[in-house]
Design a protein around this ligand. Structure first.
Ligand SMILES: Cc1cc2nc3c(=O)[nH]c(=O)nc-3n(C[C@H](O)[C@H](O)[C@H](O)COP(=O)(O)O)c2cc1C
Ligand code: SF4
Ligand code: SF4
Length: 271
């Protein structure tokens, strides 16, 4: 039996929902699949017939925690094909090109990069396009089945070695290069934590991709200079204990994928 490892990261559940469909598509063609959340996986667990890297786009770059995870990976003993599953509002910039270069250093060949438009948790879009974009219709069951079909089609056709070419004219690529790692978190600096509401369940600090939330005794604090503004803590908190000045509760979707995400992260961090 062929084996596949899916390394995943997801702050509000979109990517995780796609990961489940990818797993089903791989199993349907005979793969044994293991899911590895990047905050809990030992990076040495690399040997497999296929590797999948699933993550969202943040400020025209691969999500920081995933980029850091890939950098720390040891090289594969033999060249191993890989598939990238990238959720975003649509602006993937030159991520497949960047990713291909990073993976090559690890003897991993990025064969396909699948882009999945899934923006419903992007609060800035929700703020500016509310009412004019069908944000809530993203990633419903039909669309997730579409993701599954897309993956099945790729597997059926055999993984092609696609060339991902650097596009010097991509404005988004240059914007991504210019934005320092801390910049995406800027709008998230004016935030508060409600001690009364917080049950210290541990979900937000287990999920935070930049390790910005710390618990000290019964108090939580955030390092706003390392926060990448992924919204994860706001989306995941079951008690709405996180608040932000400019965005009310309605912007943080406790969306239909969040419960499953919480469950998966709890299981992978063994809490
Ligand atoms: C701070 C922030 C920055 C983002 N930057 C981009 C971007 O540059 N390009 C893009 O297409 N989508 C961007 N998005 C949208 C996310 O990639 C998208 O919502 C994704 O589906 C989130 O995946 P998740 O639910 O697995 O966390 C951004 C979202 C946030 C919150
Ligand atoms: S503290 Fe920042 S980086 Fe961490 S989960 Fe919250 S929004 Fe994301
Ligand atoms: S997710 Fe919410 S309730 Fe749980 S520890 Fe974080 S702030 Fe507290």
């Amino acid at each position: 039996m062929k084996s596949a490892n899916i390394f995943w990261q997801s702050q509000s559940g979109n990517t995780y929902a796609c990961v489940i469909k990818t797993k089903e598509a791989l199993e349907a063609v005979g793969f044994s699949v293991s899911l590895r959340h990047i905050l809990s996986s030992a990076p040495d667990a690399l040997e497999a017939d296929l590797l999948v890297f699933a993550f969202p786009v943040y400020n025209f770059k691969p999500a920081t925690a995933m980029a850091g995870f890939i950098e720390k990976l040891p090289a594969c003993s033999k060249e191993t094909p890989a598939l990238a599953l990238i959720t975003c509002t649509g602006l993937m910039a030159n991520i497949p090109y960047i990713l291909r270069k990073k993976l090559k250093l690890k003897n991993i060949l990025l064969s396909e990069a699948v882009k999945i438009p899934a923006s419903e948790t992007y609060i800035l879009l929700r703020k500016y396009f509310k009412g004019t974009m069908e944000l809530d219709s993203r990633l419903n069951e039909a669309e997730l089945e579409g993701v599954k079909k897309q993956i099945a089609g790729i597997l059926d056709g055999g993984l092609k070695k696609k060339a991902y070419i650097f596009n010097p004219f991509s404005l988004w690529h240059w914007l991504g290069k210019m934005s320092p790692e801390a910049a995406p978190g800027k709008p998230f600096q004016k935030r508060s934590w409600d001690e009364e509401k917080c049950t210290l369940c541990g979900d937000c600090y287990a999920l935070c991709p930049s390790g910005s939330i710390k618990r000290s005794g019964d108090k939580l604090s955030v390092n706003t200079s390392t926060c990448v503004g992924c919204c994860g803590c706001f989306n995941i908190c079951p008690s709405n204990a996180w608040k932000m000045e400019k965005f009310g509760e309605e912007f943080f979707l406790k969306n239909r994928h969040t419960a499953k995400l919480v469950e998966a992260i709890r299981a992978s961090t063994k809490r």
